[in-house]
Design a binder for this molecule. Sequence first.
Ligand code: SF4
Ligand code: SF4
Length: 358
Amino acid sequence: MSKRLSVVISQSPSKNPVKRKLEEDIVAALLFENGIDVTVVPNLYDIKPDSTSMLALNSIGGNVVVCSWLFERAAHWVLDRFGIAGHVGTVLLANEDEEDDEDFEEDDQEAADESSDAKPVVNASRDLPKRKIYCLDFKASNKADEFIEEVKRIHSENAVKVVTLGDVIGGSSDGSSDSLPIASAPVQPLAPPADGKKAEVNRIEESGGRRWYPVIDYNRCTNCMECIDFCLFGVYGVDRIDTILVEQPDNCRKGCPACSRVCPENAIMFPQHKTPAIAGSNDATASMKIDLSQLFGAPASGKSAEEVAAMERDEQLLLAGRDAVGMSGSLPKRSANRTDEAKDELDDLVNQLNDLDL
Ligand code: SF4
Ligand code: SF4
């Protein structure tokens, strides 16, 4: 069985020599590993839809390890936004501030379940491809060796041999993924496959400039539509089944994180924001029970998250030559309409049942 693993190295946008050295040390060490392909791209968050980097990322199939300077959760949902969706792969090399991140998919789900109304999150109804995406945060360590060890561990995990009925009754397994696993059969970890083929490096160098846009964590988002009501710059939209999405990312105002403060589920990230809670740090926001207004507002100024968000939005409106709108300014409430529509549908259903005279 030969199963190659793809590793993506997302470079720092800052060109800081210390950061660049860590990235290059990891690439150089991976060159000596069997069964690994490496793709080096510019900063993940800045990649544009029509770029060579995007083409390269989309051509990667199967499980993938992505090393970037973004928080793990932010990197995962940036990729998801690019159409590179999958399940969260558990990583053991975590940013110290992110120790709870190992299972953030599960943590988020539990937190969402425990939240007051336990509204379903968007991700619960999505049909994700059967692939794992392992996001490693370069901030977790300044030692290339630790990243290499973690990549090798993930590679071994991915090369775990599935013992099939054929193995148990004396036949031989071809290791094909179509073979049915048997629950009681022992699972043998294998060394990373040595197919004699050293790492191949696909290095993409292009510069499309810095970007700034919101990234939605669909493991938290409950599709409440607060963000689309709040943003007056046409950034958000909905898809065919009325699910929120970031439709016009480049309409977002550089440096403005306002809507992340009004999202009731803390599902909106700005991965390059200096405040970890807004940039996607799981540690800062893991518990849904914490007072988000303390985290996202400006407690020192005595202002709530909503007040800070309204001020930030006004600032951007004025910079764009428009009028400030204050706390009251919002688009017609889609969230309220949705509630009314749902209520109307329920009323119709009840009326129909009454008409049946059961
Ligand atoms: S405000 Fe937007 S991102 Fe946040 S939960 Fe509601 S729909 Fe989702
Ligand atoms: S940060 Fe401001 S401009 Fe950007 S999407 Fe949110 S509200 Fe709109």
